[in-house]
Design a binder for this molecule. Structure first.
Ligand SMILES: *Cc1c(COP(=O)(O)O)cnc(C)c1O
Length: 361
């Protein structure tokens, strides 16, 4: 049996170490995963109950249409359900959208570095990637637009950006919308949207009526605390949503995820409280950094990019030995930095203490 050549040549995905593995390897009692920007508190109580209750009807196939969640999202955003698609994580919607638009001639335009899934989804289809360097840790909107060519099908934006935590401003967003041809799709991945301070949250959904080439992605994996269930959504023009629906598998979102997400949408206070807690905790991070002369990038998300110098892998290993799993920048296209998820106050405090110690060594 001969596997396609490009698959043979593709590097294998190496997942991060689990908490259990690290506990055994370094003989530790407590290990904290600060590497994947998860919400350590998990979902709200009633969502957890919905997950347990979901087991009772697990013998049935899920609702292929995700009707309940779509109705709730439709109300929340004041848009028809025809403009919404649910996915097995937003990762899946990124894949679907590339499947719809990318072939061997076509390309996507992305920032460098950015979330890795965009490039992977395009490469899989034989498509090309045009990379535009970040400017001062921010997406360079002018250069992104200038790099679009006749074979470009998708421009991927991420706000807040991963791995830097910076956002695209209203002016920048409007510049992009107004300067990209309508036959190119603009995807704005807002996985960390709910973590942005309320005053700076850009209402991207309102642009849909004037820009049918816009696709907005949001997820239940981050602030809602449901990363393990795999559910996210996309909002766009009905023509695009229809195409995505045609090629997705019929039962792409499992029934427990659907139940949990529907209940999660009823509790806006939960989201608001988490946001406020994280904002407060980030201030503590910044204070420690400033007092210790550690450079960092101000973040709008629930993680912070910290400048540690050449040895980001060594520092990450040292932190690992103390029970903190962080993401070395070398693995994210940003050597010399580490990316750390902001967690609960007591964990953050321990982490900051350890970081300052490790940093000075
Ligand atoms: C975490 C993350 C996502 C979420 O992916 P899911 O598949 O919904 O879990 C999407 N985009 C970015 C930039 C992320 O960091």
């Amino acid at each position: 049996m001969e596997i396609k050549e490009w698959i043979e040549n593709l590097p294998e995905y190496i997942p991060g170490k689990t908490i259990e593995e690290i506990k055994i390897k370094y003989n530790l009692e407590n290990v904290y995963k600060l590497a994947s920007n998860e919400n350590i508190l998990g979902p709200a109580q009633e969502v957890e109950e919905a997950i347990c209750n979901g087991a009772k009807t697990i013998n049935y196939y899920p609702d292929s249409n995700c009707t309940k969640i779509k109705n709730k999202l439709s109300k929340k955003y004041k848009i028809p359900t025809e403009n919404i698609i649910l996915g097995n994580g937003t990762d899946q919607i990124i894949e679907l959208v590339c499947n719809c638009l990318i072939g061997e001639i076509e390309n996507i335009v992305i920032s460098d570095p950015t979330f890795l899934i965009y490039e992977k989804a395009a490469l899989k289809l034989g498509g090309k990637t045009i990379k535009v360097a970040l400017k001062n840790y921010r997406q360079d909107v002018k250069s992104l637009v200038d790099n679009i060519n006749k074979n470009t099908k998708i421009l991927f934006l991420t706000s807040p950006h991963n791995p830097t935590g910076t956002i695209i401003t209203k002016d920048e967003f409007e510049y992009i919308l107004n300067n990209v041809a309508k036959d190119k799709l603009i995807v704005v991945d807002e996985a960390y949207y709910e973590y942005v301070v309320k005053e700076e949250q850009l209402d991207t959904v309102k642009y849909l009526k004037d820009f049918p080439n816009l696709l907005i992605l949001r997820t239940f994996s981050k602030i809602y605390g449901l990363a393990g269930l795999r559910i996210g959504y996309g909002i766009s023009n009905e023509k695009i949503i229809k195409a995505l629906n045609k090629i997705r598998l019929p039962f792409n979102v499992n029934s427990i995820a659907q139940k949990a997400a529907a209940i999660a949408l009823d509790n806006e206070d939960y989201v608001k409280n988490i946001r406020q807690d994280i904002i407060k905790e980030k201030e503590k991070f910044y204070n420690v950094f400033e007092n210790s002369g550690i450079k960092y990038i101000k973040s709008y998300a629930n993680f912070v990019l910290i400048k540690v110098g050449k040895n980001d892998k060594d520092i990450s290993t040292d932190l690992l030995k103390s029970g903190f799993i962080v993401r070395p920048g070398s693995n994210l296209g940003l050597p010399g930095y580490i990316r750390v998820t902001v967690s609960l106050p007591e964990i953050n405090k321990k982490f900051l203490k350890m970081l300052v110690k490790t940093y000075k060594n």
